[in-house]
Design a protein around this ligand. Structure first.
Ligand SMILES: Nc1ncnc2c1ncn2[C@@H]1O[C@H](COP(=O)(O)OP(=O)(O)OP(=O)(O)O)[C@@H](O)[C@H]1O
Ligand SMILES: [Mg+2]
Length: 374
C-alpha cells in the first residue's frame, strides 16, 4: 500500500490487482488451514469479528480498484489512505490479539500436556514398582519352596541310601550265616553219615546186596556233601574270609566260565596284603554282578577281569567288547547295588565304553577301606 501511494511509481494502481488477488487467495487458504490446526478454540464472536474485518478490508480493496479502473487514480489513492490503511490496521490488531490468545492457549496446552506426561510417568512407575514387588515376592516364595523341596529330597535320598546299605549288609550277613550253617552243620552231618556208612559196609558180608546198597548210599551222601559245599561257597565263599579276595576270584572265575560259558582273562598286578572281611565281599560281589551282566546283556563271549594294587588303593576292572550300554538299557538293581557297594567302600565306580566298544566297569577302593572293616 505504501508503494501504491507513492505518486512517483510509473505503474497505474490496477497493476497491483493481480498481486492483491494472490494475497487474497493465499490468505483465505492460510485461514482455512489455521482453522483446522489451531490450538486455541475461538469463540463465534471472535470468528465473526475476524471475518468482518477481512470482508471490510477486501471491500475497500475492491472499491479502490473499481475507482482505479475508471481512471480515478487520485480518488483511489484517497480510498487507500482513508479506508484501506485503517482497515488493515484493524485487521492487524485483530490478528495480533488472536496471536496473543494463541500463545496463551499454547502455553496452557503445554502445561496440560506436561501434567498428562507426569501422570502417565507416575502410573508407569507405580506399575513397574508393583510388578517388581510381585516378581520379588514370587521369586522369594519359589526359592523358599525349592529349598524346602531340596532339603526333603536330600533327607529322602539319605534315608534311601541308608536303607539300601542296611539291606546289602543284611543280605550279606544272612548269606554268610546260611553258607556257614550249610558248610558246618550239613557238612558235618553228611561227613559223619559217610564214615558211618563206610564202617557199616565193612561189617556186611563181602559181595552181599546190603554191602552194595550201603556203598551206593555212601556215594549219594558224598555227592550231596559236594553239592552242599559248592552251594555254601556260592552263597558266601569262605575262602574269601580265610585267604582273601584274590584267592576267592581265582576260585570263582573258572567256576563262572563253566556256568555261563564265557572266557574270562584274569590279570593281576601290584602287591599288597590280602583283602578280606566286608571290603573283600563287596569287591567280590561287584565283580560277580559285572560278569553276570556280561553274560546276560553284552552278547560277548570273552571278558577281562583286572585287579591292580596301586599305592592309593585297589583298582578293579571288568571289561567286555560286546554291545555296550544302549539307549534301551533296562532298569535292574545290579548297577544300583554296585554303586551302593562302592559308596559303602568310600570308593568310586564308573561305567565306561572302551575304545573298541563294549563296557568297562571300573571300581576304585581307597587303601584305608581295604584295611578296616567297612
Ligand atoms: N556289560 C553290559 N553290556 C551291555 N549292557 C549292559 C551291561 N551291563 C549292564 N547292561 C545294561 O544295563 C541294564 C541294567 O543292568 P542291571 O545289572 O542294573 O540290571 P539287570 O542285569 O537287567 O537286572 P538285575 O541285575 O537286577 O538282575 C541292563 O538291563 C542292560 O541293558
Ligand atoms: Mg544285572
Amino acid at each position: 500500500m505504501r508503494d501504491m501511494l507513492d505518486a512517483g511509481q510509473p505503474y497505474p494502481l490496477t497493476a497491483w490487482a493481480a498481486q492483491l488477488d494472490r494475497i487474497r487467495v493465499d490468505l483465505d487458504n492460510a485461514l482455512r488451514r489455521e482453522e483446522k490446526v489451531a490450538v486455541a478454540r475461538r469463540t463465534p464472536e471472535q470468528r465473526r469479528y475476524l471475518g468482518n474485518s477481512l470482508a471490510q478490508f477486501w471491500d475497500a480493496v475492491d472499491r479502490m480498484f473499481a475507482l482505479a479502473k475508471t481512471g480515478r487514480e487520485a480518488d483511489a489513492r484517497e480510498e487507500i489512505r482513508l479506508s484501506l490503511q485503517a482497515r488493515q490496521a484493524a485487521l492487524s490488531t485483530a490478528v495480533a490479539r488472536l496471536l496473543v490468545e494463541n500463545n496463551e492457549s499454547e502455553e496452557q496446552t503445554a502445561v496440560r500436556v506436561q501434567e498428562i506426561y507426569d501422570r502417565v510417568q507416575r502410573q508407569v512407575y507405580w506399575f513397574l514398582t508393583a510388578t517388581l514387588v510381585a516378581i520379588a515376592l514370587t521369586s522369594l516364595y519359589q526359592i523358599r519352596s525349592n529349598r524346602r523341596l531340596f532339603a526333603r529330597l536330600h533327607s529322602l535320598s539319605a534315608q534311601r541310601r541308608e536303607l539300601v546299605q542296611k539291606l546289602i549288609a543284611a543280605r550279606e550277613s544272612t548269606l554268610h550265616h546260611i553258607s556257614r550253617e550249610l558248610h558246618d552243620e550239613f557238612g558235618q552231618i553228611l561227613t559223619a553219615m559217610g564214615s558211618m556208612l563206610g564202617r557199616a559196609g565193612k561189617h556186611a558180608p563181602e559181595g552181599s546186596p546190603l554191602r552194595a546198597e550201603l556203598r551206593e548210599i555212601n556215594e549219594l551222601a558224598q555227592s550231596t556233601l559236594t553239592n552242599v559245599r559248592s552251594l555254601s561257597q556260592a552263597l558266601h565263599p569262605s575262602i574269601l574270609d580265610e585267604v582273601g579276595l584274590e584267592a576267592a576270584l581265582e576260585w570263582y572265575l573258572p567256576t563262572v566260565e563253566k556256568q555261563v560259558g564265557i572266557t574270562v582273562c584274569y590279570e593281576r598286578s601290584g602287591h599288597a596284603a590280602p583283602v578280606t572281611g566286608t571290603a573283600g565281599i563287596h569287591v567280590y560281589r561287584v565283580v560277580q554282578e559285572a560278569l553276570n551282566n556280561v553274560a546276560r546283556h553284552s552278547g560277548a563271549d570273552r571278558a577281562w577281569v583286572r585287579l591292580r594294587h596301586e599305592t592309593g588303593g585297589l583298582d578293579v576292572e571288568v571289561e567286555d567288547h560286546g554291545n555296550g550300554f544302549g539307549p534301551a538299557s533296562g532298569r535292574g538293581l545290579g548297577l544300583v547295588a554296585m554303586r551302593e557297594r562302592a559308596d559303602i567302600l568310600g570308593g568310586t565306580i564308573e561305567f565306561l565304553t572302551p575304545a573298541n566298544g563294549g563296557t568297562l566297569v571300573r571300581l576304585t577302593v581307597p587303601s584305608e577301606s581295604l584295611k578296616s572293616e567297612v
